[in-house]
Design a protein around this ligand. Structure first.
Ligand SMILES: NC(=O)c1ccc[n+]([C@@H]2O[C@H](COP(=O)([O-])OP(=O)(O)OC[C@H]3O[C@@H](n4cnc5c(N)ncnc54)[C@H](OP(=O)(O)O)[C@@H]3O)[C@@H](O)[C@H]2O)c1
Length: 254
């Protein structure tokens, strides 16, 4: 009997791009892809932290380079993807939060979150897919969305709006790019201990809310996301597109 074989998670010989790779979840994604053998082009706005991250990856024997990028600048995204692409894997972990009640949210904060979390994600996806389709690459685009793309949360109407927008955008793009074998999906974490989540997790009242909602009884760590990005980037997920992988410890289960 010929047994079926689990498709490989290896990314050997592949080129990957990670936006938001200088810290937090994005750095975890960059390391996860490099561990599977990809060369990883790492991007963020601040070059000091990004350079430090890439140097630490080199010490571990990973193949990585640093490039400066603000995903809120559409022209810069287009130039970078044209100059450094095409990529087999593109991960977008560049995102911000400006938490406040809906009644206290300023228009400036609304715009800043939407410019990065939605417009940035849109332009990056389109330019990444353009390069993949032109080169005939069966690529994988992965956005770090959030459980807040599936439910609401307190003091985060704009953040939730940005992540729900991302979820819809990914489904529509999956329909357009499926025939080209370009896949696009989201990863939706619960609260993960990173600098971005500190404003919530450092506050005892907000932390109690978080812990009461996560059925597995703890806040997430960066490592909790790394297996998911390796899976969605690899041939192990070739039939997966237009969907989201919730890493929420059961938050959205009820
Ligand atoms: N941590 C959580 O609890 C959590 C949960 C669910 C979803 N998420 C999502 O996961 C993503 C990453 O969050 P995180 O917690 O890892 O945040 P983080 O620790 O603040 O890291 C954000 C990364 O994105 C980069 N970045 C921010 N704005 C950028 C821009 N305009 N252009 C390019 N790079 C930019 C940052 O570097 P520079 O500032 O130097 O550019 C940094 O490398 C976000 O989309 C967030 O919404 C986080």
């Amino acid at each position: 009997m010929k047994l079926p074989k689990t498709p490989s998670l290896s990314l050997s010989g592949k080129r990957a791009f990670v936006a938001g790779a200088s810290r937090g979840i994005g750095l975890g994604c960059a390391v996860a892809l490099a561990e599977q053998g990809a060369h990883v082009v790492c991007a963020a706005r601040g070059m000091d932290q990004l350079t430090e991250a890439v140097q630490a990856m080199a010490v571990e024997g990973h193949s990585a380079e640093a490039v400066q990028l603000d995903v809120a600048d559409p022209q810069a995204v287009k130039s970078l993807l044209a100059d450094h692409g095409p990529f087999h894997v593109v991960v977008n972990s560049a995102g911000i939060a400006r938490h406040a009640t809906a009644l206290d949210t300023s228009i400036d904060d609304y715009q800043a979150v939407m410019d990065i979390n939605v417009r940035g994600a849109f332009v990056l996806s389109a330019e990444a897919a353009r390069g993949m389709i032109k080169a005939g690459v069966a690529g994988s685009i992965i956005h770090i969305s959030s459980q807040m793309g599936h439910v609401g949360g307190q003091e985060r109407a704009v953040y939730c709006a940005s992540k729900h927008a991302l979820e819809g955008m990914v489904k529509a793009m999956a329909i357009e790019w499926g025939p080209h074998k370009v896949r696009i999906n989201t990863i939706c974490p619960t609260f993960i201990r990173t600098p971005l989540a500190a404003v919530t997790l450092d506050d005892p009242e907000r932390r109690a809310w978080v812990e009461s909602k996560i059925k597995l009884g703890r806040v997430g760590e960066i490592e909790d996301v790394m297996g998911a990005v390796a899976y969605l980037a690899s041939d192990a997920s070739v039939m997966v597109t237009g969907t989201s992988l919730l890493i929420d410890g059961g938050w959205t289960a009820g």
